[in-house]
Design a protein. Structure first.
Length: 329
């Protein structure tokens, strides 16, 4: 399928305009994402409809803690990514060529319908980077929304403003993986730039529900000053924006020791100086609580994917009756 967002150049060259890399491609050449290729002077999407992973997940797995808590969501992914993170936790999809099955948008909608009675609220495009699946998601999202399903993206945020702005009206929630709050980390480990991701966070937060995930890697992005700066920047957008600090474990080309628990706990306390909701991830048995900002009552308790929402009642705190607009029910 012909891709969107590119320019044709002389001598059958093309320039991709989907993400900040702006890959300029000779005939036959693939972009950094590996799924957009120049064929005879046209930019072609190689992964349209090609599904590498499909599962019914707890929505907390995305992770989304303030968006339909306790519900399930049909999760779909393909292959390819426009960053090159050496610590990638899903490298088999992002950087390899996995087996896929073709699933047109009508079939995806049908599977979403079948999952609805089990408690699924919609479809999350996840597992690999969804922006490199742009054409398929852009075709599927309106059909899902028309049927009343929610559309979720779990993204690295590395996308140009125009395609992002055209996609956001069809999106109900985004978890953005903010790798670090320093540009050197992005250039050295991800082959990207921080500023582009920050712009995505700002634009997405102005349009839809956003939660942030940062994978803390020892001695790479876990400095307390950096964590404080990250949380302060997010709080200036919305102090109720959830931040998920996730534990690193060795994967792909990184073989450092897992993040110590005390590092994560200290980072949480630092971030809480600016943000109202900071959670820890990738820690078996960790209990993540969501407390009412008005009375401190327990709205939601979570132990891994065991979720209790008894503190919520009709969009309000059961104990004090205050609205909890920071949680999408």
């Amino acid at each position: 399928m012909e891709a969107q967002f590119y320019e044709k150049r002389e001598n059958r060259r093309v320039k991709c305009l989907l993400c900040p890399h702006h890959c300029s491609l000779h005939e036959g050449q693939e972009g950094l994402c590996r799924v957009r290729v120049n064929r005879e002077g046209e930019l072609i999407s190689l992964n349209y409809g090609e599904v590498a992973s499909l599962a019914l997940d707890p929505i907390e797995k995305k992770p989304l803690f303030h968006f339909h808590p306790g519900k399930l969501i049909l999760s779909a992914g393909t292959f390819g990514c426009n960053l090159a993170c050496a610590f990638c936790q899903n490298y088999s999809l992002a950087h390899e060529i996995p087996p896929t099955s073709y699933l047109d948008t009508a079939a995806l909608l049908d599977i979403a319908r079948q999952a609805e009675p089990e408690g699924s609220v919609g479809v999350a495009f996840t597992y690999n980077e969804p922006s490199v699946w742009y054409e398929y998601i852009r075709a599927a999202a309106p059909k899902l929304k028309e049927r009343g399903f929610k559309v979720v993206l779990v993204s690295n945020g590395y996308i140009d403003p125009r395609p992002l702005e055209e996609m956001l009206p069809w999106v109900d929630a985004v978890n953005i993986d903010l790798k670090a709050f320093n540009d050197e980390f992005y250039r050295r480990h991800c082959r990207g730039r921080l500023a582009a991701v920050l712009e995505t966070v700002e634009k997405a937060a102005a349009a839809t529900h956003v939660e942030i995930t940062t994978l803390l890697i020892p001695e790479e992005n876990d400095d307390s000053t950096e964590i404080s700066n990250l949380a302060h920047w997010l709080a200036a957008i919305n102090p109720d924006m959830p931040l998920h600090l996730s534990r690193y474990h060795p994967a792909y080309k990184f073989n450092q020791a897992p993040t110590p628990l005390h590092t994560l706990q200290a980072a949480r306390e630092t971030a809480r100086e600016h943000l109202n909701f900071v959670y820890l991830g990738n820690i078996p048995g960790e209990q993540n609580l969501t407390l009412c900002l008005n009375c401190g009552g327990m709205l939601i308790s979570r132990t891994v994917y065991d979720v209790n929402t008894e503190g919520l009642k009709d969009g309000c705190c059961r104990y004090c009756g205050s609205r909890v607009d920071y949680i999408v029910i």
